[in-house]
Design a binder for this molecule. Structure first.
Ligand SMILES: Cc1cc2nc3c(=O)[nH]c(=O)nc-3n(C[C@H](O)[C@H](O)[C@H](O)COP(=O)(O)O)c2cc1C
Length: 190
C-alpha cells in the first residue's frame, strides 16, 4: 500500500513538473477546444451548488471598462421556463442575461453579456452539464414579454438565454459537437 502511494506521488509530481501545458491534452483546455451545445437533455435537476458556481463564473467574466452591465435571472421554475422555451426538459434551468441596451454602449453591453454567458457555459461544461445558448428573436421576444415575472427592469432587454441541464447517457462534452469550419477560412496570420 505504502509503495502504491509513493509511486502515485512520484507520478503526480512528474505530471505537474514535466508535462507541458501547451498541448491539446491539457485537461483544462479540452472542454474549450471541443465545446458542444447540447441538443437533447435528460431529465434531472441542476443543483443549487452547480448553479452557484455557474453564476460565480458569469459574474467573474471580463467586461468593457469593468462595467459588468449584465443582470442574470436564474429561472428554476419549470412553468416560467416553459413560457420561454416550450417543451423544456424537466429539471432544466434557464439563465436570462439582460442589460440596458439604449445608448452608445449598446454593442458593448451585448458583447459583455455574451462573454459572461460563455463563462457560465465553460463552468457548466467543466461540471459535465449540458448547455445551450439562445438568441433567436422568437425566444428573446417571449422572454421580454415576461420581464415583470423575471424581475427584469423595464429599461433592460433580454440578450441571451442559456439552458443548463443533465446530459443523456452516452453524450459527453468532448465528442458530441458538430464539425467546425476549416481554420484556413476563419483565421488569418500575418
Ligand atoms: C450566441 C449564440 C446564440 C445561439 N442561439 C441559438 C438559438 O437561438 N437556438 C438554438 O437552437 N441554438 C442556438 N445556439 C447554439 C448553436 O446553434 C450551437 O452552439 C452551434 O450550432 C454549435 O453546435 P455544437 O456545439 O453542437 O457543435 C446559439 C449559440 C450561440 C453561441
Amino acid at each position: 500500500m505504502k509503495k502504491i502511494i509513493i509511486v502515485g506521488i512520484l507520478l503526480l509530481t512528474f505530471g505537474v513538473v514535466f508535462l507541458p501545458a501547451q498541448t491539446t491534452d491539457n485537461p483544462g483546455l479540452r472542454p474549450i477546444l471541443h465545446h458542444f451545445s447540447t441538443r437533447d437533455f435528460a431529465t434531472g435537476p441542476v443543483t443549487r451548488v452547480e448553479l452557484s458556481i455557474i453564476v460565480q463564473a458569469g459574474l467573474g467574466a471580463p467586461s468593457a471598462g469593468n462595467r459588468q452591465p449584465w443582470l442574470f435571472t436564474v429561472v428554476e421554475n419549470h412553468e416560467l421556463a416553459s413560457q420561454i422555451l416550450p417543451n423544456i426538459t424537466e429539471g432544466n434551468v434557464l439563465i436570462v442575461g439582460s442589460g440596458a441596451l439604449d445608448g452608445a454602449n449598446r454593442d458593448a453591453v451585448i458583447l459583455d453579456a455574451g462573454l459572461a454567458a460563455q463563462s457560465m457555459f465553460f463552468a457548466a461544461n467543466a461540471m459535465g452539464l449540458g448547455i445551450r445558448q439562445y438568441t433567436n428573436p422568437g425566444l428573446i421576444g417571449r422572454t421580454n414579454a415576461l420581464k415583470a415575472e423575471l424581475g427584469i427592469p423595464a429599461d433592460h432587454s433580454a440578450i441571451i438565454v442559456t439552458r443548463f441541464g443533465r446530459l443523456p447517457p452516452g453524450v459527453d462534452v468532448l465528442s458530441s459537437a458538430s464539425p467546425r469550419a476549416n481554420p484556413d477560412t476563419r483565421v488569418i496570420y500575418r
